[in-house]
Design a protein around this ligand. Structure first.
Ligand SMILES: Cc1cc2nc3c(=O)[nH]c(=O)nc-3n(C[C@H](O)[C@H](O)[C@H](O)COP(=O)(O)O)c2cc1C
Length: 270
């Protein structure tokens, strides 16, 4: 074998080595990122990203696009989006008095918001997914506090008379009311009017913020109260009023203001 063929052999060996190392490097890299994607962020206190303007959708567009959505993809909800939805629901909008995003009779704020997170339900950018479980939204510190671990979506769907959208959604809010906070001041009127009205305000904020961020939701009133209470692990005086699943809609809704104009014109001419 001559000198030239030795050099040729060496060159092809080096090339093969380089190609193999490159392929191995790519494989290791993708494996690492896959693992990182599936890391569980295991903490009993989740610091939520601070509220900020995230969407470019106007209030008009969000109201037009909002619909009760019951079919979701398996995509997770991003933590920064969940944080915004929670803030829009009941977060603080007045640092002096502690007033909230939803109005409340006499600022008595009877509502508590719990978050049921399923497996691979909430994605923390570059870190992984939150531990499935039930969390409480700490309004003033803008935190999630772990109440109990484990994916309870199935049990919650059963308690909601088998409504499948509760089972299939990555995240559900459970809105509970401590009626005494309002009835102490307003009596029976607080129980039958003010507190349910306030849950409605909160629900609409969740709908609109979810829509603006590309998610769908539906407010659910049909469930067995005491079963929901024991599934999410709340006190007896915290009465569940709404379950609100949130997820990426399976179908994007298409509607324009011109569709509404046509509808109104037809009604006017009829
Ligand atoms: C108080 C209340 C309770 C509701 N309960 C349920 C429910 O248990 N399950 C459900 O799928 N939708 C429920 N909905 C959603 C309604 O079905 C929905 O708002 C209605 O069909 C109108 O559709 P839209 O929200 O897309 O405008 C409820 C809505 C309200 C306001």
């Amino acid at each position: 074998m001559g000198f030239k063929s030795h050099v040729g052999l060496l060159a092809s060996l080096i090339t093969t080595l380089l190609v193999v190392s490159y392929v191995v490097w790519i494989a290791i890299r993708s494996d690492v990122s896959l693992q990182r994607d599936h890391v569980i962020v295991d903490s009993s206190i989740i610091t939520l990203p601070l509220p900020r303007k995230l969407s470019n959708m106007s209030v008009e567009e969000a109201i037009l696009l909002r619909r009760s959505i019951r079919e979701y993809t398996s995509d997770p909800v991003k933590l920064e989006h969940l944080a915004m939805i929670l803030w829009a629901a009941y977060g603080v909008t007045d640092p002096v008095w502690g007033f909230r995003a939803s109005p409340s009779a006499g600022a008595t704020y009877p509502l508590e918001v719990y978050v049921v997170i399923g497996e691979w339900g909430v994605l923390v950018e570059k870190e992984g997914y939150l531990t499935p479980g039930v969390y409480k939204y700490d309004v003033h510190r803008h935190l999630l506090l772990l109440v109990k671990s484990g994916d309870v979506r199935g049990e919650l769907a059963d308690a909601a008379l088998g409504q499948e959208w509760v089972r299939n959604t990555p995240v559900s809010l459970v809105v509970c009311a401590v009626f005494e906070r309002t009835t102490q001041r307003y009596g029976e009127r607080g129980r039958v009017r003010y507190v349910p009205m306030e849950a409605g305000h909160l629900g609409q904020n969740v709908y609109l913020m979810s829509t603006a961020l590309g998610y769908g939701s539906v407010v659910i009133g049909a469930f067995i109260d005491d079963r929901v209470q024991s599934i999410i692990g709340v006190r007896q005086d915290e009465i569940p009023l709404y379950i609100i699943p949130i997820g990426v809609p399976r179908e994007q809704r298409r509607i324009d203001f011109t569709d509404i104009w046509r509808y109104i014109e037809v009604k006017r001419s009829g």
